[in-house]
Design a protein around this ligand. Sequence first.
Ligand code: F0G
Length: 461
Amino acid sequence: MEKKYVAPPYRIKMVEPIKMTTKAERIQKLKDAGYNPFTLKSEDVYIDLLSDSGSGAMSQHQWAALMLGDEAYAGSKSFYHLEKVVKAITGYKYVIPAHQGRGAEKVMLPQLVTREGMYYISNTHFDTTRAHVEIAGARAIDVVIDECYDTENYYPFKGNFDLEKLEKEIKEKGPENIAGIIMTVTNNSAGGQPVSMENLRKTSEIAKKYNIKTIIDGARYAENAYFVKEREKGYENKSVREIARELFDLADVFLMSSKKDGLVNIGGLIAIKADVDLYQKCQTYIVPMEGFPTYGGLAGRDMEALAVGLEEALDEDYLRHRIDQARYLGDRLRDAGIPIQYPVGGHAVFVDCKKICPQIPYHQFPAQAVCNEVYIESGVRAVEVGSFLLGRDPDTKENLESPLEFMRLTIPRRTYTYAHLDVVANAVIEVYKRRDTLVGLDFEYEPPVLRHFTARLKPIK
Ligand code: F0G
């Protein structure tokens, strides 16, 4: 079948060689890495789909902007450039840079946790967001819609809030105990799934009704706005920039890992619409945590590159190609009968490994087994998003069971071609053919927290 795709709106000016390895080499490398692709050396990876975070390519304009970096400790010109761009996109009054998304979370989230027994509610908290909610002494509640768990059935906005669950949680816990509502756009953990404007508007209305602050976790806000334009009635003729602005109008705070839709290799942001008290608290707190408020852990040159990248990420030709790459890879897998989170989200294809390997129970990590086999097959590195990542219950120490066992094939921005994606698809299809032969994994070494990064595993014979 002929495959259609959206050709890229850029050409290649500089190339980065990547190493080709043999299957025998990869079997050995993976064994040495404790059957955990996180601990592989990247030079032993052919196509790296571990993350879309900071792994993309900068444009010639961004590389040129690096040379304009003002490295002054305080009051850097580059900060004022970045601030101007962020203010223009968001309409927010206050901007503080951070070294990356979790730096922004670490500084801002504790400010709303004013006493014990508080909660943040999100469609789905990203792992680091959840971690910072908990470190701040609050608890994280997810209220994503049930459609999200039904991987193979089409639903245009699987990242949406379940509004009934949201209101029920607010009433049950008491509105005064809700530190904030976090809108994760797109919803990474649900499969990079978009959230509709209608759903965000209603979420924001509920928040206003109970006098609760709303925070956008907008690592991939431009991709979300693009999906809204494509799929939501009434938005066809609006620009992505206008849609994004409408989104910002609904919230009070914007936290961003700029390593995604900022198109940079490092960077993060806190932007606050109007609350001067909250701004001053963040400004005070960022000094010991990240750095002086006009650099927040970034070099002047990083802020220049980010100022340019934020604009480029709103370019609709760029977004059309970007979103199409994920769609293309997803279609190739679906055509081969492989179950995936459908429709495909913005930054990755999430393969449903619970369905592929029903013989492997959750506590033997079916998605990790598939990731490992895909690496051996082709040198492609994917990442597990399932029970291996979820960890153990802090009280009982039992392995937690994730509702979904995903292999995430995450596509870096402006980095790989459709030919690379064909290599990925062919590898996954080959592994799928021998899925019955895959076995589960057991720990050789298990770190007490965030185990998936450094654990060593062994296949169960
Ligand atoms: N929020 C979301 C929705 C994210 O996806 C991430 C990072 C963060 C916050 C934290 O940002 O990494 O800059 O500190 N996601 C990466 C990923 C790591 O691979 O999905 P960070």
